[in-house]
Design a protein around this ligand. Structure first.
Ligand code: SAH
Length: 464
């Protein structure tokens, strides 16, 4: 190993920074974040560096670098564009046994800066030993995506109980098991959700050996189909689920992201053929959580938009079972973006309305008169069966027959198709093209933009 990664404590440590340009400013930001007592020597410095020094009590020597600037310093960083200056800093520092880093010159460094993922107090450092900083940065980006933003909070939380747990569980292996359970289980999720008091109670209960139900339910928005549209939080919860409940709208790729040995339960719903009745789903969630399981209930799109998410957690709330709701990309957002149809647009639409378009008998019940504004985009969910009624009613209440309409079939999936027409023509187009569920209907002048802004997959069946 060419470099040993160590973590330097720089609180109040005297550090010299030679140079005052953009790169020096970046280094200053980092050193100040670590609490260094910073002295900058440079004839000129950026405005940002000047205010950083102001805010953090650093010093600026407005002059050329001299060897004496190194006196009493613990660490020096050189970031000047002058190669000769940088070399002198290096030689002087080596002579005085001061650790030195010359930016972008590994041969002039006794230490190097790693790429870092900062979840203070948890910090991940990555280095390519000066070989390929870009590779280190790519790796960093991947790790960034893996670590919840609140990991630092979790580390702080765990830190508060470290001594306590050590006293109670002196044996190394028992302590390790305890912490693994806490940091990968529901206690961690409570911390991420900002419920520190609950997390503390649970941790202390575990420590005292009090057995209690530690199950929890996560109502998770699975997005409209493309698994890349899942939130980081959804992906993480899928990875730690004991049980996953999903229905027909959730794409297989998303279900496949669940932990390998998680139990998967299909509770699919088709129109008028409810495979598992809603009350049974509600009760199942309660029962599984009572067994101490971590249950992920996947809902297509967003759980709180035409998803009956509210109903599913009502019973949990009444029974005092902990739950969380994770938003998802709703079909309107996903399908519109993937079809190149901005739902609002300064020239065409100042508002957007999400409307349930299902048939009750042979009617779609709405206050049709309130859906007449040309500057409002309408998005109908569940509207395929009622499409004819929707188009008729909108025209009967004053929307022009040539108002553009798009029907997006299986939005954001590889099978996405966009059919466009008008209130007058779309029914005929749909009869001819026979799109498969799920489909979404967008009404309004913004639909015209599809012709120029479409970017994803194939477009077929446009008005001919
Ligand atoms: N909670 C979901 C909506 C559930 S209602 C969400 O936020 O998206 C079911 C309706 O959503 C379907 O009838 C269809 O109109 C729409 N829908 C869901 N996924 C879709 C997709 N990938 N493409 C087009 N429409 C979709």
């Amino acid at each position: 190993m060419e470099y040993l990664p160590v973590c330097l404590k720089l609180t109040d440590a005297p550090v010299l920074l030679v140079g005052g340009g953009v790169i020096a400013t970046r280094k200053a930001r980092l050193l100040l974040r670590a609490g260094a007592s910073l002295t900058v020597v440079a004839p000129d410095i950026t405005q940002e560096l000047e205010s950083l020094l102001d805010q953090n009590g650093g010093t600026w020597h407005e002059t050329e670098y001299r060897e004496s600037h190194l006196n009493g310093k613990q660490l020096v960083v050189a970031a000047t564009p002058e190669k000769r200056v940088n070399e002198r800093v290096y030689l002087h520092a080596c002579a005085q046994a001061i650790q030195v880093n010359v930016v972008d010159a590994p041969q002039l460094c006794t230490f190097i800066f790693p790429s870092i993922v900062d979840r203070d107090p948890l910090v991940v450092a990555i280095t390519s030993s000066g070989r390929s900083p870009v590779l280190a940065r790519i790796l960093r980006r991947n790790i960034e995506a893996l670590l919840p933003a609140a990991y630092g909070e979790l580390a702080r939380f765990a830190g508060r109980f470290r001594e306590n747990v050590k006293a109670k569980l002196p044996a190394d292996s028992a302590r390790r098991l305890f912490w693994e359970k806490m940091l990968e289980g529901t206690v961690a999720e409570q911390v991420f959700a900002g419920r520190l008091q609950d997390a503390e109670t649970q941790l202390l209960d575990h420590l005292e050996g009090v057995e209690r139900c530690s199950g929890e339910v996560y109502l998770v928005g699975a997005g409209p189909g493309d698994p890349d549209l899942l939130t980081f939080k959804a992906a993480r919860l899928l990875q730690c689920a004991d049980v996953v409940l999903y229905d027909r709208l959730v794409s297989q790729e998303v279900v496949d992201m669940a932990r390998r040995d998680a139990e998967r339960i299909y509770v699919g719903k088709r129109r008028a053929d409810h495979s598992v009745a809603q009350q049974d789903i509600n009760q199942l969630l309660v029962d599984l959580a009572m067994e101490g399981k971590r249950v992920v209930r996947l809902k297509g799109g967003d759980p709180f938009i035409f998803g009956r998410g509210g109903e599913e957690i009502e019973l949990l709330a009444r029974q005092g079972i902990p739950f969380q709701v994770v938003p998802g990309v709703t079909a309107a957002n996903g399908a519109a973006c993937y079809a190149g149809i901005p739902l609002t647009h300064r020239d065409y639409a100042q508002s957007v309305r999400f409307v349930a378009g299902y048939l009750k008998g042979d009617k779609v019940e709405h206050d049709w008169a309130s859906l007449q504004s040309d500057s409002e985009t309408l998005v109908f969910y569940m509207g395929l069966m009622g499409l004819r009624v929707i188009c008729e009613q909108l025209q009967a209440h004053g929307r022009a027959a040539d108002t553009p309409v798009a029907l997006i079939e299986q939005g954001t999936r590889m099978t996405q198709r966009v059919l466009t027409g008008t209130l007058e023509s779309i029914v005929g187009i749909v009869e001819r093209e026979r799109p498969a569920a799920p489909t979404l209907i967008i009404v309004g002048p913004v639909v015209k933009l599809h012709a120029t802004l479409s970017w994803f997959g194939q477009t077929a069946g446009s008005e001919r």
